[in-house]
Design a protein around this ligand. Structure first.
Ligand code: XUL
Ligand code: CO
Length: 435
């Protein structure tokens, strides 16, 4: 059975091709900076946006044309597995990610949901074995069901906490079954509406207890994927606890989760928090906690999570530069947490959108590798901080100075002659790497 009859396996045809269903920049086996492009990029397809998103918005009905609907929710779920693996294979994406509710219907009870998950993951496992496609991460959707109206691990109701725990236990069992390399916690509704009725300290302690239970269960079943926390400042909560990378790191450190948790950073979440994507990646990298990336982009004119496919090579270049500086992203990857625009409702748009995203990251990788080879940023930074390499600067870095010794030093200096940063020139030269 094929769902995309007219689409063959996507090939690299080079920048000059006029074939829209071909890569113009992503050439999986091409070696860049000592590794193949596919090893650098570790592309992953998100089950939710690709398989379950229907194109509806608060003002409009579903528009997406999809050919996998069956007679029952389970039949649809099974068809989706077939169609999904066809997409991954044809795109040459070697990883995928899912929420529990993306792959199987919840049914009428938690027990029925778990049975459905078992049945569907049997199918998924078969497909993984046939194709070699791997699970980058899975996660539990603990924000859509009405019970999670006040959060999951931060809920005010202990029974809700138990339901959430059951979903995560199941998620870890499925991660073990499918060999998941990472396991994500995105705190969909782990935040608050108003402090008037919220005990923030208690809720955060409960979230930490929840994570410790997940770590303990992973140890018990002998399967410990890399746990990842995905920051986002708002949406759906008015204020989410994992606001940004720095806030998430403070949480991880406060509760002694450093060895077990890293971060999954998403471009549009960064911009919602008032940061660039590269800022968030750099924060994680400097903490030694860069885990994985959710690739997408927001719209500068809109203040919400539009989850567009990444097409901005400036952003992907600076993101990939951080990844190269980190020595790579594995065992994480680049997961397209991105959805086609409402007016891109045709089946083939799923391919066109992913090709656009993969090509944009490929261009970013190539530009970042060239910047690295030329020591573009290294030289700039070496020059900028050169006063700390010798003399008083070297003494400061070696921890040999104190406020008194530095006061004596400063009193004997004439006013500092600060050099200009020439920022505009730097940006102009950087542009030459992008085209
Ligand atoms: C929501 C979001 C999620 C997480 C997984 O903005 O990014 O899809 O990636 O729950
Ligand atoms: Co995400």
């Amino acid at each position: 059975m094929t769902y995309f009859e007219k689409i063959e396996k996507i090939k690299y045809e080079g920048p000059k091709t006029k074939n829209p269903i071909a890569f113009r920049h992503y050439n999986p086996e091409e070696i860049i900076a000592g590794k193949s492009m596919k090893e650098h990029l570790r592309f992953s397809i998100a089950y939710w946006h690709t398989m379950t998103q229907d194109g509806s918005d608060p003002f409009g009905n579903p528009v997406n044309q999809r050919n996998w609907f069956g007679e029952t929710p389970m039949e649809t779920a099974k068809n989706r597995v077939e169609a999904f693996f066809e997409i991954c294979e044809k795109l040459g994406a070697e990883y995928f990610c899912f929420h529990d509710v993306d792959i199987a219907p919840e049914g009428d009870s938690l027990a029925e949901f778990f049975e459905n998950l078992d049945e569907i993951t049997d199918l998924i496992k078969e497909k993984m074995d046939q194709t070699g496609i791997k699970l980058l991460w899975n996660t539990a959707n603990m924000f859509s069901n009405p019970r999670y109206v006040n959060g999951a691990a931060s809920t005010n109701h202990a029974n809700v906490y138990a339901f959430a725990a059951a979903q995560v236990k199941k998620g870890l069992d499925l991660s073990k079954k499918l060999g998941g390399e990472n396991y994500v916690f995105w705190g969909g509704r782990e935040g608050y509406e108003t402090l008037l009725n919220t005990d923030m300290g208690f809720e955060q302690d409960n979230i930490a207890r929840f994570f410790k239970m997940a770590i303990a269960y992973g140890e018990k079943i002998g399967h410990k994927p890399q746990f990842l926390l995905e920051p986002k400042p708002k949406e759906p909560s008015k204020h989410q606890y994992d606001f940004d990378a720095a806030t998430a790191m403070a949480f991880i450190q406060k509760y002694n989760l450093t060895g077990d948790f890293k971060l999954n950073l998403e471009a549009n979440h960064a911009t919602l928090a008032g940061h660039t994507f590269e800022h968030e990646i750099a924060v994680a990298r400097t903490y030694g906690a860069l885990g994985s990336l959710d690739a997408n982009q927001g719209d500068v004119l809109l203040g919400w999570d539009t989850d567009e496919f990444p097409t901005n090579i400036y952003d992907t270049t600076l993101a990939m530069y951080e990844v190269l500086d980190n020595g790579g992203i594995a065992p994480g990857g680049i997961n397209f947490d991105a959805k086609v625009r409402r007016s891109s409702f045709a089946m083939e748009d799923l391919f066109l959108a992913h090709i656009a995203g993969m090509d944009t990251f490929a261009r970013g990788l190539k530009a970042a590798a060239k910047l690295k080879e030329d020591k573009f940023f290294e030289d700039l930074k070496a020059e900028r901080y050169s006063s700390f390499k010798s003399g008083i600067g070297a003494e400061i870095v070696a921890g040999k100075e104190d406020l008194e010794s530095l006061t004596n030093y400063a009193l004997n200096q004439s006013e500092v002659d600060m050099p200009s940063s020439h920022i505009e020139y730097i940006k102009s030269v950087l542009n030459d790497y992008l085209i």
